[in-house]
Write a protein that binds this ligand. Structure first.
Ligand SMILES: [Zn+2]
Length: 73
C-alpha cells in the first residue's frame, strides 16, 4: 500500500464511449448503406446514440464490389 500523502490525486477522465461515431459516409447507390443511414438518422432523432453508432459501424464495415469498406481509404 502506498504511503498517504495527505492530498487528493488528480481527477480521472474517462473517454466518451460513443466518440468512435465518426459518421461514415454511405456509399452512393448502395441500398444497404442507405438503409443504415436512415436508421442512424432516426436513432439520433429518437435520442438513441447506441443504435446510431451500430448503424454507423454497419456503414463503416459494409463491403462493396471494389473490395473496400467505407472505412478503408
Ligand atoms: Zn454499402
Amino acid at each position: 500500500m502506498s504511503k498517504p500523502r495527505g492530498i487528493q490525486g488528480p481527477p480521472v477522465y474517462l473517454t466518451d464511449p460513443y466518440s468512435a461515431d465518426v459518421d461514415p459516409i454511405p456509399k452512393p447507390g448502395c441500398t444497404r448503406c442507405a438503409a443504415a443511414d436512415q436508421r442512424r438518422t432516426a436513432a439520433r432523432v429518437a435520442g438513441l446514440p447506441a443504435t446510431a453508432v451500430d448503424a454507423s459501424v454497419e456503414i463503416w464495415r459494409h463491403p462493396h464490389p471494389n473490395g473496400k469498406t467505407n472505412g478503408q481509404r
